[in-house]
Design a protein around this ligand. Structure first.
Ligand SMILES: [Zn+2]
Length: 85
């Protein structure tokens, strides 16, 4: 039973979007890349991605995850600045 009904997936997605203060570690990780993307581009963090930030603030195990992303972002920014100059 590994196939997932697309309709069911839609329902799940909706349910997740309705739970602003309940995000599991798996979901958090799923959104982490998108979240990092917004951070990198400096674009506004969408509501559902704000949950990631809130989860990271509360979850010790996930809090450590984005460190490498943040480091990568910083490195990227520095690279960019060098290229500009
Ligand atoms: Zn977590």
């Amino acid at each position: 039973m590994s196939e997932r009904d697309p309709k069911l997936q839609t329902v799940i997605d909706m349910a997740l979007s309705l739970l602003p203060h309940e995000m599991g570690c798996d979901n958090c990780f799923d959104y982490l890349a998108a979240y990092a993307d917004h951070m990198t581009n400096g674009t506004t963090i969408p509501e559902h991605l704000r949950m990631v930030r809130e989860h990271l603030a509360r979850c010790v195990s996930c809090e450590e995850e984005p460190t490498f992303l943040l480091e990568a972002m910083k490195a990227q920014g520095e690279e960019h600045n060098n290229a500009e100059g």
